[in-house]
Design a protein around this ligand. Structure first.
Ligand code: IMP
Ligand code: ZN
Length: 342
């Protein structure tokens, strides 16, 4: 019998909050907003992001946020509603440890500051973690967008430090790989590391963001994990293995967005799985690419012929690269040891 990935306890380490909101949740928010404000003119999400459409590429993907999802989720009630919906979707998919990430977003016409945005998301995480019977533990990573200025990146780091005691565990670098110069963020990321925050960065996602200069700059930051890791030469791969940097791989996202050549079986998961570093299968944006983490594990099992022992090794390897303390790591190890689906 094939392993049931929907009941397999799973660890999700690379999920963007706004990209993880389901179409149904966006539609519910749209209906609420339209009934509260009769002049609310935004298009229905079911038309703007049609159900079943997953062929977004790097050109069509980023405007989805700036010109649509951010317009819809633009007040505290919609941010809280969508955050709780995202958390609950991961829990229902048997995710037992979630590191959600989001870009602090000010919404001046609603009087929402970046810190109020972060607090709203943390309130939801806190409430969700405390729900009786919930086996999923979530924490938060704050993202710097590549379009940010150096000063804006410093602000994100300030927020991450300020909210560390409330569950912010790290800082991420994300956004359109065709934009920005990562060097301007070196100081901000160094300060985050000095403050005891973990670092994860989107790495070699597209040819434009895979120059030697950019990738060595990012490796010099000594990130704890890197995401996507697509256009990486042998020399850099060796360095990543040497530094034992965990990799966050997003198979469906990379295939649907045509970020790799070929299909599932051609994904570089095939290279990294035997490399000795922790490999975290991840959804990236389940609201856009519609492949929950259980489906990502099923894809890996099917296309790379993983047996149960290999799946268990993959899962326990992820524990080593989570941004959490030993107690949480022990809890997860116990969950895998006691799972009766092996
Ligand atoms: P948010 O940070 O919760 O608002 O989530 C949406 C943001 O995540 C987008 O505006 C992008 O900056 C970022 N993002 C989502 N998916 C990707 C990706 O695959 N690569 C780089 N950035 C991404
Ligand atoms: Zn991402």
């Amino acid at each position: 019998m094939p392993l049931d990935t929907s009941s397999l306890p799973k660890v999700e380490l690379h999920a963007h909050l706004s990209g993880s909101i389901s179409r149904d949740c966006l539609h519910a928010i749209w209906e609420q907003r339209r009934s509260a404000q009769p002049h609310f003119a935004l298009q229905d999400p079911l038309d703007a992001i049609p159900p079943g459409k997953v062929d977004y590429d790097l050109k069509t993907f980023f405007p989805l946020f700036s010109s649509y999802i951010y317009e819809l989720c633009s007040d505290i009630p919609s941010i809280k509603y969508s955050t709780l919906s995202v958390l609950e979707s991961f829990r229902l998919d048997c995710v037992v440890h979630l590191e959600l990430r989001t870009t602090p977003r000010a919404i001046p016409d609603q009087g929402v500051s970046r810190s109020a945005y972060v607090e709203a998301v943390l309130d939801c995480i806190q409430e969700h973690n405390a729900r009786p019977g919930n086996a999923m533990r979530s924490n938060l990573i704050l993202s710097v967008d590549r379009r940010n200025s150096a000063a804006e990146a410093e602000d994100v780091v300030d927020l991450a430090i300020a909210y560390k005691s409330r569950g912010v565990v790290g800082v991420d670098l994300c956004g359109d790989p065709a934009k920005g110069n990562v060097r301007i963020f070196s100081k901000a990321f160094a300060r985050a590391k000095d403050a005891g925050l973990k670092l994860t960065v989107h790495f070699a996602e597209a040819p434009a963001s895979s120059t030697d200069e950019e990738l060595w700059t990012l490796l010099n930051w000594q990130p704890d994990r890197i995401g996507h890791v697509i256009h990486v030469k042998e020399e850099l791969r060796k360095e990543i293995v040497k530094q034992k940097i965990g990799v966050e791989l997003c198979i469906s996202c990379n295939v649907h967005a045509k970020m790799i050549t070929g299909s599932f079986q051609d994904h570089h998961f095939g290279w990294w799985r035997g490399s000795g570093v922790g490999v975290a299968l991840s959804t990236d944006d389940v609201g856009v690419f519609c492949s929950p983490l259980s489906a990502e594990y099923a894809i890996a099992i099917e296309h790379f012929n993983l047996n149960n022992r290999e799946v268990k090794e993959l899962c326990t390897g992820v524990i080593d690269i989570i941004f959490a303390d030993e107690e949480e790591k022990e809890r997860l190890r116990r969950l895998y040891d006691s799972w009766d689906g092996w």
